[in-house]
Design a binder for this molecule. Structure first.
Ligand SMILES: *Cc1c(COP(=O)(O)O)cnc(C)c1O
Length: 398
């Protein structure tokens, strides 16, 4: 007799009232299998040893903590940067892609699929799959394939098949639909490698665990280099994975203020920003109950941000919980503030941050104005080489 399916525990994967698992019936089995695989592998010493060895020798961890003295002086605070821009492939996304690819291999999956907007998650996934000898297919909106030709080239060099999606608006949302369709067709053999702390349980918990290395390292590095914990820890929030990873290190330190910085875009009206927690309402998007940008009838809004990584109408459910519980606070930085912060960081520190990360710097500037002299830690989630075209269009190296 076949064993009865594991019952879906209603409270599994909840962050307060947020999170959960809102997916078509056909995917429930695959999500249960993933949950079982986490129980079976994630915390074994063999898995952790392999993950640790790859982090050290291939990703380049621990990433440094850098004192940004000149930028801090400009802001009026003691500023520290956690340098995820120095991780392999240029951003924190590799922490997650590597961990999940290792898991896919342990689960005996034949192939890995992913979806990507700007291509950063696709590049990280393709690199991890190349490293581990896994077949990889990346869905990408046809518009994004055009806009992000360099990242498409990198994915292809790593052996991934990049599939342009022409449906809907031919951007990230269309790519997600297509990836889910693919996964529904072969939930047994295919591993769906999700890129942020979003989606149905257990993804937000899994991605959080893999990104928590950021906060763990940063906490120890602050104690060693600064001799104290920061007064505030800031990170940009798209789906929310680099922020959750940083916050994880300081959640139990009640004196450390946690600040998430969303994409304020061009203004506060619908469609002009990507600031989900600042302007959104609770609802279901991409498999989880969280905040999202929607109109009165539940229609999901278009979003805008100068940084592709923050241009998303949803956010991870744990952030919705952190907001409502008051443990973390969320603010928005505009396109112009992010551009200015990027340029200042380049000119004063010799560091070119991603436009996403520049939102967190803009948040730090505002925090310092309210708390002069504060000790502030910012997650520099990625490097900005990918943004040079956008910078040129926005007025060059002013
Ligand atoms: C993708 C990306 C982000 C946004 O993703 P989160 O899940 O919110 O961290 C931020 N910074 C960089 C550099 C990115 O590539």
């Amino acid at each position: 007799m076949k064993p009865a399916p594991v019952p879906d525990v209603p409270l599994a994967g909840r962050y307060g009232r947020f999170g959960g698992r809102y997916v078509p019936e056909i995917l429930i089995g695959a999500l249960h299998a993933l949950e079982r695989a986490l129980d079976e592998h994630l915390h074994t010493s063999a898995f952790q040893a392999e993950l640790e060895a790859e982090r050290k020798s291939w990703v380049g961890r621990p990433t440094p903590l850098t004192r940004a003295a000149r930028l801090g002086e400009r802001y009026g605070c003691e500023l520290w940067l956690k340098r995820e821009d120095l991780a392999h492939t240029g951003a924190h996304k590799i922490n997650n892609a590597l961990g999940q690819a290792l898991l896919a291999k342990r689960m005996g999956k034949r192939r890995v699929i992913a979806e990507t907007g700007a291509g950063q998650h696709g590049v990280a996934t393709a690199a991890a799959c190349a490293r581990l000898g896994l077949a990889c297919r990346v869905y990408m909106g046809a518009v994004d394939v055009e806009r992000q030709a360099l990242n498409v080239q990198r994915m292809q060099l790593f052996g991934a098949e990049v599939v342009p999606v022409h449906a809907l608006d031919a951007t990230l949302r269309a790519a997600i639909d297509e990836a889910l369709r693919d996964w529904s067709g072969d939930p047994e053999g295919t591993y769906y490698l999700l890129g942020s702390v979003v989606g149905p349980h257990p993804y937000p918990a899994l991605v959080r665990e893999l990104q928590a290395v950021i906060g763990r390292e940063a906490r120890a590095q602050m104690l060693e280099a600064a001799g104290a914990l920061p007064d505030a820890a800031l990170a940009c929030v798209g789906g929310g994975s680099n922020a959750i990873g940083l916050f994880a290190g300081f959640r139990d330190d009640a004196a450390v203020e946690l600040l998430g910085v969303e994409a304020g875009g061009r203004g506060t009206e619908a469609g002009a920003h990507g600031a989900t927690l600042s302007f959104g309402r609770p609802g279901v998007l991409h498999g989880a109950y969280s905040y999202l940008l929607q109109d009165e009838r539940g229609q999901v809004h278009e979003t805008h941000s100068i940084s592709a990584g923050l241009d998303y109408p949803g956010v991870g459910p744990e952030h919705a919980y952190l907001k409502e519980s008051g443990r973390a606070r969320y603010i928005a930085a505009s396109d112009d503030e992010a551009l200015a912060a990027l340029r200042e960081c380049c000119a004063l520190e010799g560091i070119l941050p991603a436009l996403e990360s520049a939102h967190a710097l803009a948040g730090a500037r505002r925090h310092a104005a309210e708390h002069p002299g504060a000790r502030v830690l910012v997650c520099c989630s990625g490097r900005g080489d990918k943004d040079l075209g956008i910078l040129a269009a926005a007025g060059g190296a002013r």
